[in-house]
Design a protein around this ligand. Structure first.
Ligand SMILES: [Zn+2]
Ligand SMILES: [Zn+2]
Length: 561
């Protein structure tokens, strides 16, 4: 007997210690939101995950594994965003395990990562400046979302504040844990074993990106989404080569990511079960800003009805209206007890209530409004909002806010001054590429083939020499044998270059290239046109693969003062 006592004591002590650890580390399970009386909205509010990687890029599981995890987490759709250049044809929408799998792509640009949704395959690899990639995504009919815009990792940040993006990740789980201290990561890592979704949720704060979103929304509508950035465990991430704490111990799982936060689209009617029709409904809701996000590790399920009422008119969340409207913004939310419902205009709270309904009268409305719900005990300093809606915007010139304002290819006709033709053309290339120039009476065509094999800086270019002209704009009419992008560049005698990428269509594209719009390439120097000694039309690996053969024709060219 006496021999056993120490053992029992040890066991008791161990049990007590485990209990204490559990008590301090186990994150509270999510509060259950009472949705009695919300049946209609609940049936039309569809929860899903956005920004998910599979084994196609740097994720840990295949589509079936992702679908199974989403089903366990109670989600109805997943937007896959494997890394790529958009030349892979996206899989058609399909149901797996009751979960609609939608196939998007995460494209690396010179200014950060961009997710493209609802887009067919691209005719050439998308890449280069953010502006160029957003323009391509729009031409192809896709929806462009800036990924992890304020990542603590500088190379992952979205650094273009002017590109007309359609959407932004207001929160990204992958970015969130990167800014945590080692201590809270260890705590979350341990807590993970008691409840993965809640442990991930415990690392969230109010992201700085909300301020960025508010600033962007003053120009026009930008749709906010919550990104899981789920990889399903360890693996070499394209995002970085760092060994992550989570990565090394094999977490977070897809299911943990999916239980932490979600996007909820609000449809006109419940999903039908037909994959193509349901995909269209979900994409339509995302494009229209008819979705909100919720931190499900705090409380679930979230339901929101946010609209503008004017007379008999009912305008849903995501709408863009002329300013000067009179009416009332109405928000109703199914939320846990003690929540605060806040109405935010251009980043400032203009109304708040402790209840679950808010009505705010507007006269001569102007600006962008959205709803946030704050739940007591939500993690973070400052606390992450439990629910973030999309906006209802009132703008003077509503067309101006809808993107494309920087599409210089068709806008702005420069004053015609003395035009100097830059003929004759010659070509330049790297040693592995081949090219041949054919000149006609009024045009010149470069037939080319980029060198095969490894990516090693292959390029071909049409070039013409300049005689210290003074000019403000370069006018070009170009045509490609297929859709392509050409970098229009000026080079000075010391070899420095300035350039900008333009889309060139087989039917012909008329470009007006302002000298002031050319960006320095690999340096910070300023350009004056009189210093330029060469004009180059460059085709390189930015938007063409090794071995790509084709033809570029210059139909006309002129320098405009
Ligand atoms: Zn990324
Ligand atoms: Zn990603």
């Amino acid at each position: 007997m006496s021999r056993r006592r120490p053992l029992t004591l040890t066991a008791l002590v161990a049990l007590g210690a485990a209990g204490a650890v559990f008590f301090f580390l186990a994150p509270p399970s999510p509060a259950r939101v009472n949705t009695t009386g919300w049946d209609d909205l609940a049936a039309r509010t569809i929860a899903g995950a956005f920004h998910v990687h599979t084994t196609r890029s740097d994720g840990h599981g295949d589509r079936a594994a992702v679908a199974a995890a989403a089903a366990s987490a109670g989600l109805k759709f997943v937007m896959l965003t494997d890394h790529g250049d958009a030349t892979r044809p996206p899989d058609p929408p399909g149901y797996i395990n009751g979960v609609l799998i939608l196939d998007g792509v995460e494209i690396s640009t010179d200014h950060g990562h961009l997710v493209a949704l609802d887009m067919p395959r691209a005719p050439y690899p998308l890449g280069g400046s953010a502006e160029a990639v957003v323009e391509d995504v729009h031409r192809l009919g896709g929806f462009a979302i800036a990924a992890h815009p304020d990542s603590p990792k500088p190379t992952l940040r979205w650094t273009d504040n002017a590109a007309p993006i359609d959407g932004i990740e207001w929160i990204n789980t992958d970015s969130e844990w990167r800014d945590e201290t080692r201590g809270s990561l260890v705590r979350a890592g341990l807590a993970y074993f008691f409840g993965g979704g809640a442990a991930l949720g415990s690392l969230l704060d109010r992201p700085a990106t909300l301020d960025r979103w508010n600033t962007l929304s003053r120009r026009g509508p930008v749709v906010a989404l919550a990104a899981a950035d789920a990889h399903g465990g360890p693996g070499e991430r394209a995002e970085d080569q760092d060994r992550t704490m989570f990565g090394t111990i094999g977490i977070p799982s897809y299911e943990a990511s999916f239980r932490a936060l979600s996007n909820r689209v609000v449809l006109d009617k419940p999903l039908s079960g037909d994959a193509a029709a349901d995909a269209q409904a979900i994409y339509g809701a995302v494009r229209a800003g008819r979705l909100f996000s919720s931190i499900d590790s705090v409380a679930t399920p979230a339901l929101l009805d946010f609209r503008f009422e004017s007379g008999l008119e009912r305008v849903p969340m995501g709408s863009v209206l002329e300013d000067d409207a009179d009416g009332a913004l109405v928000a109703r939310v199914a939320a846990p007890d003690g929540s605060e419902l806040a109405l935010v205009r251009d980043g400032r709270v203009v109304a708040r209530t402790q209840g679950n309904e808010l009505r705010h009268v507007l006269t001569a409305a102007n600006g962008s409004y959205h709803v946030e719900v704050l739940v007591p005990g939500a993690p973070g300093t400052p606390a992450v909002p439990w629910l973030v809606s999309n906006g209802i915007g009132f703008f003077r010139d509503r067309a101006s806010g809808l993107g494309g304002s920087r599409a210089a290819q068709t806008t702005g006709v420069p004053a015609i001054g003395a035009a100097a033709a830059p003929f004759p053309w010659r070509f330049e290339k790297d040693p592995t590429s081949t090219s041949r120039l054919r000149t006609g009476d009024t045009s010149a065509t470069l037939e080319f083939r980029l060198g095969d094999g490894e990516r090693a800086g292959q390029f071909v270019a049409m070039a013409t020499d300049l005689q210290r002209h003074e000019f403000a704009t370069i006018d070009l009419t170009l045509a490609g044998d297929r859709p392509m992008r050409v970098s229009v560049q000026l080079r000075t005698a010391d070899g420095r270059r300035w350039g900008r990428s333009y889309y060139v269509d087989p039917a012909g594209s008329t470009l007006q290239v302002p000298v002031a719009a050319l960006a320095p390439i690999g340096h910070n120097g300023r350009l004056t046109s009189t210093e330029a000694t060469s004009l180059l039309l460059v085709i390189d690996l930015t938007n063409a693969g090794p071995g790509r053969a084709g033809a570029l024709t210059v139909r006309s060219s002129a320098f405009i003062k």
